[in-house]
Design a protein around this ligand. Structure first.
Ligand code: NOJ
Length: 517
């Protein structure tokens, strides 16, 4: 038994006033639409053509496995071989750009710049060439979590030498791929790299050195980013004429009550979660946010540490990091409530990032829940994130570099459509309040390996059949809704593609029927 999709040629617009769900809203001229993926999550080809091992290769091959369904990214969506199909999907959707990431160990198998794997470079050049044929702009991320294992052996992001190692890697990318790329992101989601990977055990390398390693990592990530940015600015920008930014995950934390305490809990949560990385780069003063410096220093003193566990940024570091981004890449998905509880006894490890933050973060059970426990639909939180960035950082150009919804599968994804519409509406609300938003990126183009959750959470506009050897990709209903948004440059809440999912029993697959675009 399998399912197939049929799309009538003429999309039906629901004209019934009773069913009307709101007004049609226009996107600004020159606004760009894209979709995003990341190397480890889609490529597969984990040991092909000279690629080295990443921390995720090592983690997923461990037994017992830390991955929920025991899966790996060894093959994933097989984009290493199927990239032409991926580009065809981008064209079907009408994307302006595609945000993908480059696998560091595919380019530098040992992490160091002494040995470049030309086959790895060629893979990305071929992908970009295919995109050029369809007029789709490449938006390339240099680091989306697949650190070469060889560098992890030396401490990975906790070793300050990584600042140079990352800049060496960036130089190779600028030299060999830079002539084809105008939009670069250095690093994807520093907080998740540092806190989840080093300060807890939610992501590889699962170091769990709480309250220490996440802050060592934070300083190194910021300086590595800054070094790569400055390298581009000084040596490449004139010739290649591109922009370089960073993608920071920005969850909105709303005070759980009107109390002063909860107001401060929410503010501290935002400052620990994303201010920690945004402030040093985008604020006028630079450096880590005051709340973060103060909380970590006072907790460290109470705990008997001779100095703050948060490493100091010297005056020179502050100056080096400040201003190193041509745009603010916002990855944003959800909102949480924050409150202050006088006694955090036993709630968090001591020392730890969460204990330093001293806020309790909870979900509101009335908000729509996705397949990912952490992800609920709260569109007004998205507007608040964008307005806060405008307020705190002098209205920088913003690309929303990730936003999306997870389900447990299926082609009829009305929940994803509702999320997409509401979040696009929330983005337009922020735009109408003066936020300088240049583009929107749906996460994700297709289903992929969702880190510790394996393949149990589906984020794709395209479904991927992970049981088929050719990893068949099928557009979900949301793909047609997004396609219409892009085509019309409008968000019409009443637009209904005439999308039918048929279940065919004991049939042979008819590719023509599936080729719906
Ligand atoms: C952000 C990460 O960048 C991406 O890798 C992940 O799959 C999505 N969030 C969804 O969790």
């Amino acid at each position: 038994m399998y399912t197939r999709t049929l799309l009538c040629l003429l999309p039906l617009i629901c004209l019934n006033g009773v069913l009307s769900k709101g007004r049609v809203r226009k996107f600004p001229p020159n606004f760009l639409f894209g979709a995003s993926t990341a190397a480890y999550q889609i490529e597969g080809g984990w040991n092909e053509d000279g690629k080295g091992q990443s921390i995720w290769d090592v983690a997923t091959h461990q037994r017992p496995t830390p991955i929920k369904d025991g899966s790996t990214g060894d093959i994933a969506a097989d984009s290493y071989h199927m990239y032409k199909r991926d580009v065809a999907m981008m064209a079907e959707l009408g994307l302006d750009f595609y945000r993908f990431s480059i696998s560091w160990p595919r380019i530098l198998p040992n992490g160091f710049a002494d040995k470049v794997n030309q086959a790895g470079v060629d893979y990305y050049l071929n992908l970009i060439e295919e995109m050029e044929k369809r007029n789709i702009t490449p938006f390339a991320t240099m680091y989306h979590w697949d650190l070469p294992q060889n560098l992890q052996k030396l401490g990975g992001w906790t070793n300050p030498h990584i600042i140079d190692w990352f800049a060496d890697y960036a130089k190779i990318l600028f030299d060999r791929i830079g002539p084809k790329v105008k939009l670069w992101i250095t690093i994807n989601e520093p907080k998740q790299i540092c806190y989840e990977g080093y300060g807890s055990d939610a992501k590889a390398p699962f170091l769990n050195a709480t309250g220490i390693a996440e802050y060592l990592c934070a300083k190194n990530v910021l300086l590595a980013h800054a070094k790569a940015y400055r390298l581009y600015n000084e040596h490449y920008k004139k010739i290649q004429n591109g922009s370089v930014g960073i993608s920071i995950s920005c969850t909105w934390y709303e005070a759980a009550s009107d109390s002063n305490d909860d107001f401060h809990a929410a503010e501290d949560a935002r400052m620990f979660d994303w201010g920690q990385f945004a402030h040093p780069i985008f604020s006028k003063a630079g450096d880590f946010p005051e709340q973060v410096r103060r909380n970590v220093a006072s907790k460290s003193a109470e705990q008997g540490f001779p100095r703050s566990r948060l490493p100091k940024l010297s005056t020179k570091d502050v100056a080096t990091i400040k201003g190193t981004s041509d745009f603010f890449g916002v990855n944003t998905y959800t909102t949480k409530l924050a409150y202050r509880d006088a006694s955090l006894d036993g709630m968090y490890a001591v020392p730890s990032y969460m204990d330093d933050m001293s806020a309790v973060l909870v979900k509101d059970p009335t908000w729509p829940q996705s397949q990912s426990s952490w992800l609920q639909e709260v569109p007004w939180g998205f507007t608040k994130v964008l307005k806060e960035i405008k307020k705190l950082y002098n209205n920088p150009p913003v690309y929303v570099t990730e936003n999306g919804w997870s389900s447990d599968g299926g082609l009829l994804d009305d929940d994803r459509i509702s999320y997409l519409r509401h979040y696009l509406g929330a983005l337009l609300d922020a735009y109408s309040e003066g936020c300088d938003i240049r583009g929107y990126t749906a996460w994700s183009l297709m289903d992929n390996f969702e880190w510790k959750s394996g393949y149990t959470e589906k984020f794709g506009l395209y479904e991927v059949d992970f049981s088929s050897p050719d990893r068949t990709r099928t557009p979900r209903k949301s793909a047609f809704v997004y396609k219409e948004v892009i085509r019309s440059r409008k968000m019409d809440p009443n637009y209904e593609p005439n999308y039918v999912v048929e279940t065919v029993e004991h049939g042979t697959k008819d590719d023509d029927d599936n080729d719906v675009f």
